[in-house]
Design a protein around this ligand. Structure first.
Ligand code: IMP
Ligand code: MG
Length: 179
């Protein structure tokens, strides 16, 4: 796997330090609230678990699975819900956990989909954002890092389901995905 990585963009330590800062903010902001953390499968799994571990107030967790990419590195614009939430979100304070916001199409769709369910609030935390590629405006409450317009893998992020288990975020060599 490592031979396919052009450069390590964020080390394991840099990521964890930022995660701890974000989790501290969340713990303060959601004190006395009915927090439900919703991880978006599969990309956010490593980030979501590190965030949850560092939240110091009571919280529930749930997951949704969505698909928008197929095996390509470009968004198709089509979002499919592969797994919905297990329980009602009525009255709860929802924090959606994403790995990366690129065009914003996936989250835009998801937010509209969840809005009908009468949550008390719905906010977003994303590890990474690529502002240069945004097509729809998304209101992000917590963001780990702004990243350049490169194809990234590791710490949950994949290319064709590979590289998710790398402990850092790396830039994938172009020859790996441009064939
Ligand atoms: P969006 O709908 O274009 O914002 O796409 C969001 C989703 O695309 C993310 O949750 C990732 O699954 C995927 N994605 C976007 N950029 C990258 C990347 O650089 N590496 C891996 N996956 C990415
Ligand atoms: Mg994803």
């Amino acid at each position: 796997m490592i031979k396919d990585i052009k450069k390590v963009l964020l080390t394991e330590e840099e990521i964890l330090n930022r995660v701890k800062e974000l989790a501290a903010e969340i713990s303060k902001d959601y004190n006395e609230k009915d927090l439900l953390v919703v991880g978006i499968l599969k990309g956010s799994v490593l980030f979501a678990s590190d965030v949850i571990k560092n939240i110091t107030i009571p919280c529930q967790i749930d997951f949704m699975a969505v698909s928008s990419y197929g095996n390509s590195s470009e968004t198709s614009g089509i979002v499919r819900i592969l797994k919905d939430l297990d329980h009602s979100i009525e009255g709860k304070d929802i924090l959606i956990v994403e790995d990366i916001i690129d065009s914003g199409v996936t989250l835009d769709y998801l937010l509209k989909y969840l809005k009908a369910r009468k949550a008390n609030s719905i906010e977003i935390i994303t590890l990474l954002t690529k502002p240069a590629r945004r097509k729809v405006d998304i209101n992000v409450k917590y963001c780990g890092f702004e990243v350049p317009d490169e194809f990234l893998v590791g710490y949950g992020l994949d290319f064709a389901e590979k590289y998710r288990n790398l402990p850092y975020i790396g830039i994938l060599k172009e020859e790996v995905y441009k064939n």
